[in-house]
Write a protein that binds this ligand. Sequence first.
Ligand code: NDP
Ligand code: GDR
Length: 347
Amino acid sequence: MKKAIITGVTGQDGAYLTSLLLSKGYEVHGVKRRSSSFNTARIDHMYVDPHSASAQLVLHYGDLTDSANLIRLVQQIQPDEIYNLAAQSHVHVSFETPEYTANSDAIGTLRLLEAIRILKLEEKTKFYQASTSELYGKVQAVPQSETTPFYPRSPYAAAKLYAYWITVNYRESYGIFASNGILFNHESPLRGETFVTRKITRAVAAYAHGRQSCLFLGNLDAQRDWGHARDYVDGMYRIMQHSEASDFVLATGEMHTVREFVELAFGHIGISLEWRGEGLDEVGVRIDNGDIVVRLDPQYIRPAEVDLLLGDPSKAKRELGWTHTTNFTDLVREMMEADLNDVMPKV
Ligand code: NDP
Ligand code: GDR
């Protein structure tokens, strides 16, 4: 039985990846942070009493800012694979907490790679780094592939840039099977509530239920290549089973604006919108009755924005046989249905 460590097991991708690896017969060791309230809602249904012989998911306390803890866990578990998904993953929040973001997202990655090296597990333990399309930042070329130059635009992206290169460096220096997945935005009903897609689907569902009258957003013109998290964790797994360590873009190759996402979400509850006004005075208006249901709020505008991300996943398709299966319309529909029913799907 293969053993995998997943850092960030309580997050969106952690939940989908845990489900995938358990279905493949792995013993999964998830690293979760101590919290004053429960933070395991996304994975609770997969957890069985550790006293049971069928327990394949083990949870450990840990934190990417704590080297001793990470070394001890890697030593104790002796994993075949480590998926480093843990991060302060919110781009806007990283402008408020730049030092913490660097510590967890950049140095945290180094700490895990060092654990592999210190414990002499270079031959045994494969390493996956959750790299991101945010590395491309200020647009240098469209679409973006493994060879497009990086230009980070936030403390988050700058921290992830270090993590990307230290992963490459440990592969080249010590022969560790260490790969980067450069993943474009991926969403699901399990997406964190403050990322724009989930913020929109929750607000539109609350509107449908009469609990919220207006949705406040920032830059409606930002364009993203949005896929489904379920497809992307399958890509992570394939990256780790590939014959050699390398870096791969995972993306849909299709791009939409935040505005289109809003229109589709309202369309799902039978409401058509038109946009009136300009700049920060722009509003989204119901065509049938003239109610303003979307307004802009400058607090959601970032100090530096990433205007446009569009991925070219041809290398992943060619070498891993990976492609996305859920399109944009189906993604919005699935997220809307979950939020309208107020259920967190058991993935
Ligand atoms: P989430 O924000 O949903 O999950 C992040 C996870 O990291 C949570 O489990 C969180 O714990 C944990 N975490 C945060 N800080 C620490 C820390 N210091 N020590 C240990 N654990 C920590 O992110 P996603 O699941 O969406 O993304 C997974 C990874 O992929 C992240 O690294 C993200 O940056 C990256 N990524 C995501 C993309 C996306 O579109 N989703 C695209 C490209 C990259 P807790 O639950 O306690 O907060
Ligand atoms: P992103 O995702 O920054 O791409 O990072 P997010 O959903 O936060 O923003 C996408 C775009 O929407 C614009 N936007 C808003 N964003 C938020 N959060 N809230 C708003 O009210 C709002 N209004 C407009 C943003 O300005 C932005 O342009 C995500 C994270 O998962 C990262 O961890 C990951 O690395 C990248 O995707 C790829």
